[in-house]
Design a protein around this ligand. Structure first.
Ligand code: N01
Length: 533
């Protein structure tokens, strides 16, 4: 006789910031909870993305948990923008401080989760260990965790080393004196290229679409600034939660359209924010992501900066993007454009000279061959749905989530899916998620899920499931909000445009504060739009 899987109240997939906090809250409610994590340690994104130069684009004092005041008072960040090693240390510190490791099964990748209608539970299988069963299944699998390596002909014959920024070897990579090619110029490429250029004897950057990037102006964190924030940390957290992106409240968006300001004033605003560095550049005016003409003023400002920094005018033109600024996620860099002034760094524009294939000795384009010792794929992720689609998730009547979402992800609030009872997605598609400070969105979802499960238990409900009507209405709402913005105007990963064959749907919902209010109201209305069984 086969043993039945060990039952848990809650199984959480992933031990990044979402899974860790979910475990902490679940335990606090007295739930028997288990986290299953593919990696050998906690930290999620910060566990995997160890590429040179990996750093958070949100300032350290804002990119941290707020749920425990002692934690936020004790922890000291060393830089304005924390690097990957420091953020990973922080994740490890949290795991130790709240004794989380004892609830995490590491080195175990969840392969399937099937809803058992009779038992009213999920059966969760993994590539190691026994299956487990869960009343509630929480997917804390991350929005940018399913790494994408494009299928380039001949890649398997390359005799050198290949790396993906999102799967960087833990022991590190010595690129000293080597000829390196980097494919991709999104955030990961833009952060890693200047650092790789320090080591490599020759660096060739293969760019398909130029990205807009604003200097980070990183540096040591001013202890007086940190102390002032800690003196009333709650104030900063609350103010950030009122920002559309859930961070950046210290430099609020200017409440005026870009074309309402006169030329000098507009330029001064852009200059000031460029000098300050970071994402607040996009908050220069309130219509940059709404009005193409307003957007063009900011885009042209950045192109002017590129022309000012990059000495070779032809290279500067190739680096100058033409799409709407902010349509693809804005990048934040340290010395990116300057790197192209170095004699051993060159830029290949794949729109002019596409890659024909990878050879045993390098990369061939229509213009010629580049001899390389190593290739770095900074080619991104199958965002928001990729990690879920790679697991065989089956809800009522054996319906696979990947089939239910073939025409794009359909969720209610980005938290629940019709036909998939007792399944929660943290920062799922249809929620603000990747358009925000992820830790704020994670805490918000974990708190909402915790309150929801407490409500179910208090009222004797065993199941909760988004109704089809509420879900479809929500999908229409998300599409209509996205349609008011300039986000759908370019080929971004927000739309799934970077994944061949993926249906193009704008997946996140712009605007954190209104969304958070809606979630609170849904709960206050007895989980309106959900069926409780
Ligand atoms: O990935 P991306 P990423 N041939 O998808 C190119 C977060 N993040 O890993 O634009 C040639 O942005 C692709 O070209 P195109 C952040 O949210 C955060 O850099 O599709 N090129 C693009 O240039 C970010 O947005 C931090 O034409 C190909 C690049 O590869 C998200 O992660 C740091 C190609 C991929 O860029 C993803 O960033 C880093 C092909 N076949 C990342 N396929 C923080 O600091 C793709 N490309 C918090």
């Amino acid at each position: 006789m086969t043993e039945s899987p060990r039952p848990f109240d809650m199984v959480i997939v992933g031990a990044g910031f979402a899974g860790m906090y979910m475990l902490h809250r679940a335990r606090g409610m007295g739930l028997d909870a288990l986290v299953i994590e593919a990696g050998t340690g906690v930290g999620g994104t910060w566990f995997w993305n160890r590429y040179p130069g990996a750093r958070c684009d949100v300032e350290s004092m804002e990119y941290s948990y707020s749920f425990d005041d002692d934690l936020q008072q004790e922890w000291e960040w060393s830089e304005r923008y924390a690097g990957q090693p420091e953020i990973l240390r922080y994740a490890e510190h949290v795991a130790d401080r709240f004794d989380l490791r004892s609830g995490i099964r590491f080195d175990t990748r969840v392969t399937a989760a099937h809803w058992d209608e009779g038992a009213g539970r999920w059966t969760v299988r993994a590539d190691a260990g026994d299956a487990v069963s869960a009343q509630h299944l929480v997917m804390a699998t991350g929005c940018l965790s399913a790494a994408m390596t494009p299928a380039i002909p001949g890649a398997e014959r390359f005799a050198g080393d290949t790396f993906h920024t999102g799967r960087w070897p833990h022991e590190g990579v010595d690129l000293t004196g080597r000829r390196v090619g980097v494919i991709g110029t999104g955030s990961s490429g833009i952060q890693s290229i200047p650092v790789i250029a320090e080591e490599a004897s020759e660096l060739v950057v293969f760019q398909r679409t130029p990205a807009y990037t604003v200097p980070a102006r990183n540096g040591p964190l001013d202890p007086a600034e940190a102390e002032a924030i800690k003196a009333d940390y709650g104030k900063l957290r609350a103010a950030d939660r009122l920002m559309p992106t859930a961070f950046g409240s210290r430099v609020p968006r200017r409440d005026e359209g870009a074309l309402q300001a006169d030329d000098d004033d507009r330029l001064a605003e852009y200059e000031a924010r460029w000098d300050r560095g970071g994402f607040t550049f996009l908050g220069s005016f309130n219509d940059l992501l709404l009005d193409p003409a307003a957007n063009e003023t900011a885009a042209e400002f950045v192109r002017g900066k590129i022309r000012g920094v990059v000495q070779d005018p032809e290279v500067a033109e190739r680096l100058a993007p033409s799409q709407v600024i902010g349509c693809k996620r804005l990048c934040i860099d340290t010395g990116y454009y300057e790197t192209f002034n170095r004699p051993h760094v060159s830029l290949v524009d794949l729109r002019e000279t596409p890659i024909e294939g990878i050879t045993p000795t390098g990369i061939g384009t229509t213009a010629g061959h580049h001899d390389l010792d190593a290739i770095v794929f900074a080619t991104g992720f199958d965002a928001m749905t990729g990690a879920l689609a790679r697991i065989d998730i089956r809800g009522r009547d054996g319906v696979a989530l990947r089939d239910a979402w073939a025409a794009g992800p359909h969720t209610y609030l980005g938290l629940g899916v019709s036909g998939f009872p007792n399944l929660f997605t943290i920062t799922g598609p249809g929620s603000p998620s990747v358009l925000t400070n992820m830790i704020v969105s994670i805490e918000h979802h974990v708190d909402w899920i915790s309150d929801c499960v407490a409500h179910l238990r208090a009222h004797g409900h065993r199941t909760i499931e988004a109704t089809f009507d509420a879900q479809e209405e929500w999908v229409d709402f998300v599409n209509s909000v996205a349609g008011l913005t300039l986000f759908p105007t370019c080929n971004s990963w927000y739309l799934g445009a970077n994944v061949p064959g993926k249906t193009r749907v704008f997946m996140p919902l712009p605007g954190f504060p209104t969304y958070a209010e809606t979630c609170a109201q849904v709960a206050a209305d007895g989980y309106r739009g959900f069926a409780l069984g």
